[in-house]
Design a protein. Sequence first.
Length: 350
Amino acid sequence: MERMPFGKTADGKEVSRFKLTNAAGAYVQIINYGGIITAINLPDREGRLGDVVLGYDSLEEYVQDRNYFGAIIGRTANRTENACFELEGVEYKLGKNEGNNHLHGGVAGFNKALWDAEMVGSKDGESLLLSYLGKDGEEGYPGNLQARVRYTFTDKNELVMEYGAISDRDTVVNLTNHSYFNLSGHQSGSVLGHKLMICGDRFTPIDSALIPSGEIRSVAGTPMDFMELTAIGARIGWDDGQLLHAGGYDHNWILGNGGKVPEKAAEVVDETSGRVLEVFTTKPGIQFYSGNFLDSVLGKEGALYGKRSGFCLETQYFPNSMKHKHFPSPVLKAGEEYRSTTIYRFSVVA
Ligand code: GLA
């Protein structure tokens, strides 16, 4: 594993970039600012390496970024309506960073934090262990939360993300990663031709603020039906209320897993490069976001990222789950351990 300097934060702290290489010569780069995955270089069907995640060249651009490229999201991913929730009869007010709502951990979420980093070996591959202490009251959340993320890049081209957290007060936790993928290569333009499968036959419909209303709806007969591999762009332009709210896909699908061992949640096939991404998780939900807000973002190596030039598959508790008691609960009790695992497994098809 290599560790290289990657600039300094505004208050003078050194940021490093870590390179995790596997036996096949594929590699992942991660910085300890935001725990951001800055590059994932994988072979295509011809064996040529290509970088399949959107990103920037410099730390300054990651500091300015509003798209959450590659970052760890916490303390809670996605949206909380009116930026407040109630826990054991007490109301907590969170930072508002999207109108009246709280998105992706607030103004200074875990994606803007400097994490402690430790390079560790493991039998499965090179690992990077990141840790960050989210303070009691930070962005309005109760409890000092010690969060950990372990990234391991295996010889089977799997990026394993193991999340852990422990708090000294009851709190809410929902950690994820916000990588934007383009399996043809980060600079390849639209992902609408990629084929997607999601292992869920129900989703949580959103309102015009992109917040789940609490309803649980079958995907049958709707453009949300990705039970079989279907091009992302096949139905994205349909005159469908759910698509119109979000300007495309930006919804949470309900996964049927039991939460103990990672189970398959989604698969994406890019026939152009032959690259395939499979997602496995212990989480009950997955947000499929089709990059609708990307608007001529100047990225790495001079790339210009337009609308829908990357997609995200963010494993999560359902958005707004503190409002809807029939959604799985993101509450973490004091002294108990939060654990979840998500795996991005890459391969190629002929
Ligand atoms: C998430 C949200 C999107 C958008 C992106 C960041 O995926 O669901 O609506 O906010 O993050 O732009």
